[in-house]
Design a protein around this ligand. Structure first.
Ligand code: NAD
Ligand code: UDP
Length: 324
């Protein structure tokens, strides 16, 4: 069998998806990027449009789609809290109906399919760091539930299509990832802090800034995703992918201020509802089965991300459009 594969990336124009498409195109695969541009823009993949092995399809994954492919990476879903809470019903539909459409295609084509799940499925974790065996503590009726529960239901659908229909699946649980091509107005902490620091605006720390996150650089994460897709069939996941280096949000603010040499001051704002107080991946399984671990420390990844933020024209980006 040819090693060149026909690969679909849903959400392929997004922050992570566009870099994944880039990697797969470079490896010589035939890549189809499917996206409705709800939280992204064509400029993320414009440089790939001239490549003969890249194709862009504008489509909403909640609607059926028929393509012939060997592998599917299912990344279509708004990921930043501001984006996914913008239209929570649509977010839930995207995760659930999107998973059904993606899995249906995988079943029909006998394609292998990978689900981009999330550390959010652990909710407000009582176990620290979080191993895959931890079942999580999610508030089913809170403002983050549309995302958390959508991703949890998608994991269930993936496992059931696997058990019932023999679909060859993979599930990765992604922890906070950052890097070039993050949407500058997505409201995530790293994009906010860098944008604010570079423009001399106040740095908005929510709560007292003692809550923690573990930040993974984009390139490390994508390497892990590709390894998982191509790894042995007896390890389907879920597997945590993230950088175990854990930082408080206040520490992060200090680091961004230092690296941007900014005079911005910190403004404290109320902590949003259900904002997890701590988060750190246990990556024992990824180390063992994928021989994977992150290589880019936060400081180095932030410096690269800051350079990218300096290079972009902010007026080319806008908040998400209504999408019902
Ligand atoms: P992103 O918002 O940049 O990318 C998501 C992409 O999906 C966008 O291009 C968006 O336009 C597209 N999309 C949204 N709804 C769609 C729909 N109905 N039909 C078709 N396309 C649609 O976010 P990202 O950070 O690149 O996240 C990619 C995936 O990884 C998401 O599934 C997200 O849940 C998951 N993830 C990301 C992180 C992270 O820290 N970046 C953490 C955990 C999980
Ligand atoms: N956060 C913050 N200021 C901001 C944006 C976010 O202090 O301008 C905090 C937020 O409350 C959370 C953490 O940073 O505790 C990470 O937020 P993000 O939205 O990036 O991701 P998530 O909460 O989904 O992990």
């Amino acid at each position: 069998m040819s090693s060149v594969k026909r690969i679909l990336v849903t959400g392929g124009a997004g922050f992570l998806g566009s870099y994944l498409c880039e990697r797969l195109v470079q490896e010589g695969h035939d890549v189809i990027c499917l996206d409705n541009f709800f939280t992204s823009q064509k400029s993320n993949v414009a440089h790939l449009l001239e490549e003969p092995n890249f194709e862009l399809v504008r489509h909403d994954i909640t609607l059926p789609v028929y393509l012939e492919v060997d592998q599917i990476y299912n990344l279509a879903c708004p990921a930043a809290p501001g984006h996914y809470q913008y239209n929570p019903i649509k977010t839930l539909k995207t995760s659930v109906v999107g998973a059904i459409n993606t899995l249906g295609m995988a079943k029909r084509c006998r394609a292998k399919v990978l689900q981009a799940s999330t550390s959010e499925i652990y909710g407000e974790p009582e176990v620290h760091p979080q191993p895959e065996s931890y079942r999580g503590a999610v508030n089913t009726i809170g403002p983050r539930a549309c995302y958390d529960e959508g991703k949890r239901a998608a994991e269930t659908l993936f496992m059931d299509y696997h058990r019932m229909n023999g679909v060859n699946i993979r599930i990765v649980r992604i922890f906070n990832t950052y890097g070039p091509r993050m949407h500058p107005f997505d409201g995530r902490v790293i994009s906010n802090f860098i944008r604010q620091a570079l423009h001399g605006e106040e740095i908005t720390v929510f709560g007292d800034g003692s809550q923690t996150r573990s930040f993974c650089y984009r390139d490390d994460l994508i390497e892990g995703i590709i390894r998982m897709m191509n790894g042995p069939d007896d390890f389907i996941g879920p597997v945590n992918l993230g950088n175990p280096g854990e930082f408080s949000i206040k520490e992060l603010a200090g680091m961004v201020l230092e690296l941007t040499d900014s005079k911005s001051t910190i403004r404290y704002e109320p902590l949003p509802a259900d904002d997890p107080t701590q988060r750190q991946p246990d990556i024992t399984l990824a180390r063992k089965h994928l021989d994977w671990e992150p290589t880019v420390p936060l400081r180095e990844g932030l410096a690269k991300t800051i350079e990218w933020f300096k290079s972009i024209e902010m007026s080319h980006y806008r908040p998400p459009t209504p999408n019902y």
